[in-house]
Design a protein around this ligand. Structure first.
Ligand SMILES: Cc1cc2nc3c(=O)[nH]c(=O)nc-3n(C[C@H](O)[C@H](O)[C@H](O)COP(=O)(O)OP(=O)(O)OC[C@H]3O[C@@H](n4cnc5c(N)ncnc54)[C@H](O)[C@@H]3O)c2cc1C
Length: 475
């Protein structure tokens, strides 16, 4: 099957929904594709019917936006994974819920694929009961089920607090929140936050909720290791400044640990969009302008896929891309200069807020350095291929120099089904740390990310075979 429309939006989270709504309201033919069975993305993910009945909708504005998008006649292909780009460099390849291959074409493509959680290995991170905060939040908010009875929340970033609160609401005993930095102590760096009273009230609400439940909030602490048999039973914490030296051990049956988010850029890269490394986070990000335009004409990247910045920024970025497309199409519904200036000003204010918030937490690039340097040689780094830190270090030092991709080839780290989504951040840190000199005749990998390969996620062999059969009549 081949679907051809004016605009194709990949990703039905806040950014993609916001773009699709504006474009469809202006009369353009829009297809919105999402691999999940329901629209909403990370933030507007719909709770299960049972949770809705018992607790109501925790984010009703998300439900309204999704209903609005559907009412405008947007062609919503849920359960469709976009996994590659055809030889023309423009047609996207997707697979439906039953494995049927679908080719998707449009004059304009908006990539709104969101972000991955940033994970870092430690001894025991492969034990059942160890999850990311985002996954735990999903279980708690969407299904009303915490990942365990006694849960430790750890890592870094502003979202650890709402996750801990969601776990409490779902009935978990949260034994503590361990934040790698010191964002919650008075400092001059925090002064600009006073200009955002609504955000401060939200933060104070989380802190008060945790205090009422007597949940300790430890700052300057990271996970040093987890232990257990069939599942995690204890977690050891260490000081961030000395992550190799254990300080205290806690009995738990679940651990949610993550260090924020990294843009999901594979599709943008397969489409040939230029990327660069973000100066603060070190993350690979597509090079975009205020409208989300990339180096490829007609391809836009918006939301977290263009750089992590929260739900409000994701929505504004989606709206900006839609505005640009409407202008290019000469649509009578295209926003005027005032509306564009208003959106751009909102975008700039939210970007400043993100920068201020980022400055309160440890820089991911710095954390990567510290954690990679103290990682035990025996620790499994790539869980898919069972590659240890020692194997990555020796591949990087003895064969690959500073080249991340060569280190991947020699060690097999990042070659499994997840294609480095979980281990990529850590492997990049280990390679950088282990390599003293660039490879002979080669350069260090400029942007610390594995090359994008298709399929971006595993697809059934039947899909590939059926795609080949289609080529005769459909291509
Ligand atoms: C636990 C947690 C708590 C958070 N709390 C807050 C908060 O309090 N405040 C705040 O501002 N932000 C918060 N965020 C961040 C917020 O969720 C994001 O900023 C927002 O969802 C980004 O929107 P997006 O549209 O860019 O991406 P997403 O919401 O991630 O949507 C991306 C969509 O793309 C789809 N997709 C990805 N790849 C493909 C593909 N190849 N094919 C098809 N579909 C694909 C995904 O299924 C997903 O639905 C939180 C996030 C998490 C995980």
């Amino acid at each position: 099957m081949t679907a051809s429309r004016d605009v194709l939006v990949v990703g039905g989270g806040p950014a993609g929904l916001s773009a699709a709504a504006r474009l469809a309201a202006a009369g353009l033919g829009v297809t919105l594709v999402d691999e999940q069975p329901e629209l909403g993305g990370q933030y507007y993910r719909r709770p299960s019917p049972a949770v809705l009945r018992e607790h109501g909708d925790h984010r009703p504005e998300g439900g309204r936006l999704i209903a609005h998008v559907r009412s405008l006649g947007v062609d919503c292909l849920t359960g469709h994974l976009v996994w590659g780009v055809d030889d023309d460099g423009r047609t996207l390849l997707a697979t439906g819920p039953d494995g049927t291959p679908v080719r998707l074409r449009a004059r304009h493509v908006i990539v709104a694929t969101g972000a991955y959680e940033r994970t870092h290995p430690f001894p025991g991170w492969q034990l059942p009961g160890v999850t990311t905060p985002g996954f735990a939040q999903h279980l708690a908010a969407a299904d009303g089920t915490p990942p365990g009875r006694r849960v430790l929340v750890a890592g870094s970033g502003p979202f650890l607090l709402p996750v801990a609160c969601s776990l409490l609401a779902a009935g978990a005993d949260v034994v503590g929140v361990a934040e790698a930095g010191h964002p919650y102590r008075p400092s001059l760096r925090a002064a600009p936050a006073l200009r955002h009273p609504a955000r401060l009230r939200e933060l104070a609400g989380y802190v008060a909720r945790l205090a009422r439940a007597r949940v300790p909030l430890w700052q300057g602490r990271v996970v040093n290791g987890a232990a257990g048999g069939d599942r995690v039973t204890s977690v050891t914490l260490a000081a961030t400044v000395d992550p190799g030296r254990p300080l205290r051990t806690l009995d738990v049956d679940a651990l949610c640990v993550g260090y924020g988010f990294r843009p999901q850029t594979e599709l943008a890269r397969l489409l040939g969009c230029e990327i660069s490394a973000d100066a603060v986070t070190g993350d690979a990000e597509p090079v975009t302008d205020a409208f989300g335009r990339t180096s490829r004409p007609g391809v836009y990247v918006v939301g977290e896929a263009a750089g992590v910045g929260g739900v409000h920024r994701a929505r504004v970025r989606g709206a900006m891309a839609a505005a640009h497309i409407l202008l290019r199409e000469g649509s009578p519904a295209a926003p005027g200069p005032r509306e564009i200036a208003r959106l751009a000003a909102q975008g700039r204010a939210l970007t400043r807020f993100t920068a201020m918030s980022d400055a309160l937490y440890p820089s991911p690039a710095r954390l990567q350095e510290v954690l990679a340097a103290t990682l035990d040689d025996d620790t499994i780094v790539c869980r898919c291929e069972a590659v240890t830190a020692a194997a990555v270090r020796s591949a990087a030092a003895e064969r690959a120099g500073g080249d991340l991709n060569a280190a991947k080839s020699w060690s097999r780290a990042g070659m499994g089904p997840c294609q480095g989504r979980f281990c990529g951040f850590a492997v990049a840190g280990l390679v950088r740390d282990a390599a003293e000199a660039p490879p002979a005749g080669g350069a260090r990998c400029g942007v610390p990310v594995f090359p994008a390969r298709q399929p971006v996620r595993p697809v059934p062999v039947e899909t590939l075979l059926a795609l080949g059969e289609q080529d005769g009549g459909d291509g």
